[in-house]
Ligand binder design. Structure first.
Ligand SMILES: [Ca+2]
Length: 128
């Protein structure tokens, strides 16, 4: 009974690919957009446990850029909340490079907008 649970946890860890958090600025400091006191360890996913079929818009853009932080990815606004991915991850000038210490500040999730606390501009327009 214990062994299958261990195997399940291992599979979740493999699907989330923790190394990817090192490839974006402040990747390990991204908060849960609906509960800022908690972290979101699977930044490119629509849920907190990962899975290759559950990418959020930022995860899709990260994948399109070869799973690297590029100027193009930095300048995009993946979740359409009006802030670029670079602003949300503490790299507003898109100068961060792998291995560098990123500036800290108001880090927010670049791929998910919490509908209960923030409404994306494109959604606000539809709700009018
Ligand atoms: Ca954004």
């Amino acid at each position: 009974m214990f062994l299958p649970c261990v195997l399940c946890l291992g599979a979740v860890g493999v699907l989330a690919i923790p190394e990817f958090l090192n490839r974006i600025p402040n990747g390990r400091l991204v908060p849960d957009p609906c509960d800022p006191g908690r972290g979101w360890a699977t930044v490119g996913h629509s849920n907190t446990w990962g899975g290759k079929h559950a990418l959020n818009p930022f995860g899709e853009h990260f994948k399109q850029e070869g799973f690297m932080w590029t100027r193009g990815l930095c300048m995009k606004d993946s979740d359409l909340d009006g802030m670029t991915n670079g602003v949300e991850l503490g790299d507003p000038d898109c100068k961060w490079a792998y291995g560098q210490q990123a500036a800290r500040g108001n880090i927010s999730h670049p791929g998910i907008v919490c509908a209960t606390t923030t409404v994306a501009p494109w959604l606000r327009h539809l709700l009018k």
